[in-house]
Structures are given as C-alpha cells and as structure tokens.
Design a protein. Structure first.
Length: 565
C-alpha cells in the first residue's frame, strides 16, 4: 500500500521510475539494517518505523538540517579524471576537486604515497550512482521527499578543463573505463574461460601430486607408517578441494553442498602437517660432516677413473658429487677424500645417521672405480645424508676417465666435476695433471685450447683487468673495454692492447696455441710494472709449456699403450 501511494504521487514526474527505484533502494537498506536474518521475519512495528522514517513525497518534511548528518565518501564517475576518487572526496569535504588532485600528485612524489592512497580509496569506496548516494555524500536525510527533490549527480562544467590539465590521467581513466566495460559486458564468457583454466590447473596439480606422494614415500624422511599417514592427510585435502570446486562451479543447481563437517575435518590433516614440519625441523637441528682420507700409490704415471653408472637396486639411493683436483704439492700419492654428512637432533644422532651410509669404491693400483650412488641401511631414516668425493691427482699424471671432466672454480682453486651426460660407456677422455689443472689431451686439443682451458683463461683475464664478479666475465669479454664500466681504470693507458687480448677470447672464435704467444706479447707490452709476475701471464706460459712440449705430456707414462700416449 505504501509503495502504491508513492507511485501515485510520482504520476506526473518525468523521472518517476528512477525516483521510485531509489526509494525502494532506501527502504531495502533500512530493512537490511534491522538484521532480520536473525529473526527470520520483519514485524509490522518494524515496517511501520521504516515507512515513517522514509515518509511520503507530498508529506511534511521532518526538521532535519541539510548538514546535520555525517557525510559519506563515494566515487564520482560523472566528474572523474581517473576513477572519481578526488571528485568524491571533494564532495565529502566541500572543497574544489582540483585541490584534492594537486594533493594526491604531491603525495605521489613522496615515495609514491599518493598512488597507494588513491588505490586504497578506489577499491574501498562505492560509486555515487543514484539519489541515495548523492544525499549521503551531502549529509542530507534520505527521505522520500528529499530523494524526489535531489538531482542526480551531474558533471561539473570545470571538469573538462581539469581533464585537459591532467591529460595523461584522463587517457588512463578512459582506457580503464573501456577495458572495464568490456570485461563487465563479457564477464560470463571470461569467467567460463577462467573456470575451465582453473579446472585444468587442478587436474595437472592432481597428476603432479600423485607423483609427489610416490616420491615422498620413497624419500624415507619418516617411517613407513608416518609417511602413509601424511600421504592420506594430503590426499584428503586435495580430494576435498576438488569436490568443493566441482560442486560449486560445475554441478547444476540445486546441488548438494559438501558437508561442513568434512570441511572442518580438514583441520586435522592441517594439524598433522604442522606437527610433521615441526618434527622435521627438530630432527635436522644439528648437521655435521666426517672425512675419510686414503692414500694410494700409482703403479705408473697413468690413472684410470671409472665412474660406475650402474643403478643400484635399493629402496633409497642418491648420487655422489665428485671433484677431481690437482694441487701444487710434492706428494706423489693419489689421495681419496670422502665426506660423509648428515643431520640429527643431537650430535650422537648425527654420528649414527652417518654410519647408516653405504658407499663403495675400489682401487687396484691403476684404476679407481667409484660408484655413482650411495645407499642407506634398510632401517635407516633420511636425515639429509650426503656423500662428496674429492680425488687429488698427483702432478704429471695421465688421467683416463669414462666421464668428461668439467672445470669449476672454487674459493681458492679450480676443480673438475664428472659429467654424467654421456651414456657411451666405451668412450674415454684423456687428461694430464699439471700446475693445479687437469688439461684435456688428444685429437683436437693439441693445436688449440679445450673448453675447460678456455674457461680458466677467460676467468684469469677478467680477474686481471676488470673489477667485477666472475659471473660477469662473459659480458666483459663480449664488449669492448672502452664501453665497459667494469674495466679497471688502472689499465686505461693500455686499453688498446687489452682489447686485442679480449678479441682472442671471444666465444665465437677458435683459440689456437699459436695465439697464446701473441697474447703473451701483448701482456708484456702493458706499461704497468707488476710487483710480481701477472697471474694471467704465468698461466699463459704454463699453457704454452703444456701444449708445445710433448716431453711434458709423456713424462711418467712408461708401461702405457701407444693409444694412451
């Protein structure tokens, strides 16, 4: 009856439908404020109070002053430059919008504070899109009479000028409006695409999760029972997520929702995970290493390194890290250092966990055979056990390996790791140890430098003439020294010679042994007097000696076959 009277009073108004809709919205707002969801019904007395508060259009207006109510902040799309934040705040505080915009620009210069505040207001304020919000912004009572009398928010005549002054922001605002309108009009299609993409992502995650569960149960971080318990908890949570997503977005309505008790039951697996993580951190509290060092005498100047690629059929097996080192010492012994490491709650547990490691090797006077894998005892638990093997090769020894050795740079020396990329068990790689390095010898390396030798030479070049970490070395070599801010200015007068050296080292250019003498001459021509011989110069002389003097390569090779020579 009330709404019918309102409709009758708006009969001659050209904005009748718009005013009627805004009055309905005001009534709905007041009814929502009654918290009727708690009582499941609205009483006659409550409805009478709401009608009395809104009143009639042609009734008597209550004596409520225009500014007696607190003003509310809204976005004003009609007067916006970007999103309408400044225009809405201007209405709220009764100041020109231009001043608010200048304030935001000034705050933007203060570590971007203006941008942050603008975004906060943008996402937290509702748009001023009807008579109700217009009245609330002005602090006026939202009665039927006021709703009918107020004009809808209109664009300010000065706003066009301000859009010109803030042109970049106006363009951004226009683009955002167009993009927002596009997504709003096609939101159902985009939501369908997003929903299906999420479903595909969940499917991929489920497949990956199955693999992870299997790998987790093979990792032996926990006992068999504990591992399966954790796996069951993880499976429960994943299945619950899939069920909720499927029922919520794919099943037709009406649908049966997932029982709330099943969702609450996910707290138990979550608690189990927290306990497991806490226990794991405690179980890995201490970490220590033990070293075993063995010395062997070589029958001749030949060492065969055999890295056994055979997969050990054990429940738990991990790969061993190898390092081949040639140190400048007088020792003629082959030294094998094996580092065993593990974690535990106490140092005694760490020692016990180290004892659980099984690793085998064999040496017969000429051939050192090393297993690629180490294993744990059957009843042992994985506590970050690890095995590292260091092979110290004496000076002037021919090394034959069934795996290619790749150079790496340590803190104080270069070492070589055994590459496992090659599957040809019959292929042999020949090296000779000299002056702290292991040089590859054989076809294709006698007249030019191998990749390992080039890498070491590049590093020493960069250490000598540039002030930077070695990870920048490739950049230093590719670019002329005049354009490189890392170039050491102490060598500025010799930049031309250093640049010529750099050109020899370019990655797309072969580096022949004959080039080493040219590089040596360029280094000798550098005007700076070294207090000691340059490391780069000393290394180049070493390379020349290795590459030119065949007697050097064949020393101590008695008893080896002609192919080894």
């Amino acid at each position: 009856n009330y709404l019918q009277k309102i409709r009758a009073q708006l009969e001659d108004d050209e904005c009748a439908d718009e005013i009627y809709k805004d009055i309905e919205l005001r009534i709905a707002e007041l009814l929502y404020g009654l918290h009727s969801d708690e009582k499941k019904a609205i009483t006659q007395e409550q409805l009478d109070e709401v009608i009395e508060q809104v009143g009639f259009i042609e009734g008597e207006e209550e004596s409520v002053e225009a500014d007696s109510l607190p003003r509310k902040s809204y976005l004003e799309p009609q007067n916006r430059i970007l999103a309408g934040v400044c225009a809405g705040l201007a209405t709220r505080f009764k100041v020109p919008a231009f001043i608010i915009r200048i304030v935001f620009l000034a705050l933007t210069a203060l570590f971007g504070l203006g941008v942050i505040l603008y975004l906060i207001f943008w996402f937290s304020l509702d748009p001023n899109s009807n008579r109700n919000s217009a009245l609330a912004a002005q602090g006026k009572a939202r009665t039927a009479k006021q709703i009918a009398a107020v004009e809808s928010p209109k664009e300010s005549p000065l706003n066009t000028l301000q859009r010109i002054l803030f042109l970049p922001f106006s363009i951004i605002g226009t683009l955002l409006t167009v993009i927002g309108s596009h997504f709003r009009n096609r939101r159902h299609g985009y939501w369908l695409i997003a929903k299906n993409l999420i479903a595909l992502g969940l499917l991929f995650f489920t497949i990956l999760f199955s693999v992870l569960v299997y790998e987790f149960n093979q990792s032996r971080v926990f006992s068999t029972f504990s591992a399966w318990l954790l796996s069951a908890c993880a499976i429960y949570i994943v299945v619950l997520i899939l069920a909720v997503y499927w029922k919520e977005f794919y099943l037709a309505k009406p649908r049966t929702k997932v029982d709330k008790k099943l969702k609450q039951g996910a707290l138990i697996p979550a608690a189990v995970f927290v306990f497991a993580i806490t226990f794991t951190n405690l179980a890995h509290k201490e970490h220590e290493s033990e070293y075993i060092e063995k010395e062997f005498s070589l029958k001749s100047g030949l060492l065969n390194l055999k890295f056994d690629e055979k997969r050990i059929e054990e429940q738990y097996a991990e790969t061993v890290a190898y390092q081949v080192v040639n140190r400048n010492n007088a020792s003629e012994k082959l030294v094998l250092k094996i580092e065993y490491s593990a974690s535990g709650k106490t140092l005694d547990e760490v020692k016990y966990n180290i004892e659980m490691i099984n690793y085998e090797f064999d040496f017969d006077g000429e051939t050192l055979e090393l297993d690629k894998y180490w294993t744990l005892e059957d009843d042992a638990i994985n506590r970050s056990q690890n095995v590292n093997v260091i092979i110290e090769v004496p000076q002037d020894v021919m090394v034959r390996s069934n795996r290619q050795l790749d150079v790496r740079r340590g803190k104080q020396e270069y070492f070589y790791t055994a590459s496992h990329y090659y599957s040809e068990s019959s292929r042999q790689f020949n090296y000779i140890s000299a002056n702290g390095f292991v040089h590859e010898v054989g076809e294709g390396t006698l007249d030019k430098l191998s990749e390992n030798e080039r890498q070491v030479l590049n590093n020493k070049f960069c250490e000598e003439f540039f002030i930077s970490d070695l990870w920048n070395c490739s950049y230093n070599i590719r670019n002329a020294v005049d354009d490189n801010y890392r170039f050491d200015k102490a060598f500025e007068n010799d930049a031309e010679n250093i640049n010529k050296i750099r050109e020899f080292l370019l990655p797309d250019r072969s580096l022949f042994v004959s080039n080493l003498n040219e590089i040596k001459q360029l280094i000798q021509a550098i005007s700076i007097e070294y207090s000691t011989k340059s490391k780069l110069q000393a290394h180049i002389e070493h390379l020349i000696e290795v590459k030119y003097h065949t007697d050097f390569m064949t020393v101590n090779l008695k008893g080896t076959d002609e192919a080894s020579r």
